[in-house]
Design a protein around this ligand. Sequence first.
Ligand code: NAD
Length: 245
Amino acid sequence: MSTERITRSAAGKVVVVTGGARGIGRAVASALADAGAVVALGDIDASTVASTGTEIGAATARHLDVTDPASFTSFLAEVEKTCGPIDVLINNAGIMPVGRFTEETDEITRRILDINVYGVILGTKLVLPKFLARGRGHVVNMASMAGENPTPGMATYCASKQAVLSFTETMRLEHRGTGVRFSAVLPTFTRTEMITGTRAPRALLAEPADVAAAVTALIARPRRRVSVTRTAGVLAAFNKLTPRP
Ligand code: NAD
């Protein structure tokens, strides 16, 4: 395969996927492995990530807590030892507790911000020096359409995803001309365990494979952001179904 073709596809790239044990992360990792990427999975659920890694043909699959600098640092070091220099970091790990804001405990508020915002910033901070030194690399941050669409019952989550969008865009501007790329992915409600128990109407959901296809294309041709919307009006429908305090 020519160098040109390698740079225009996921093939041969070392790609890290956080939160890769299940859901969107698993689907993205599986699609990238199928496309010839060398995939490294990290997840706080050590046993599930190990079996997922085997099932999808990942090069490595290990425990990772994206909120813990020591865990993230040693995870990335192990990936580099096993797979070589990292080309793409996909900051995908996230949580979405749903409920009335007045009933959200401070513990849950902090956990959402810790995983969804700090975890993304920490991962970026850890890979960026090597990306800049090599003059290439791609950070892909899993935001959400909820980051741009205020959704009752998900205030802290919406704020966390708006923060991811802002951080990604600021990184892009700050590192223009360095060869390092930054992208945000904005899926609509997607059929994973994350939304089990929420009022997202089943018929209106995207599938993890839809997000995986968008991310695979994004890695082949980096863009600022990509939205994944299967059905127009999903958020409007969700808003109608969610009780307003
Ligand atoms: P999911 O709950 O199915 O999977 C999330 C994964 O992240 C799990 O495997 C979990 O163990 C892992 N994880 C949680 N905390 C972690 C931590 N501290 N360190 C490492 N891993 C951790 O969720 P999903 O639907 O696949 O969501 C993946 C991403 O996509 C999230 O960032 C989410 O906000 C975003 N997203 C999801 C939807 C949706 O409707 N499902 C829509 C838009 C965006």
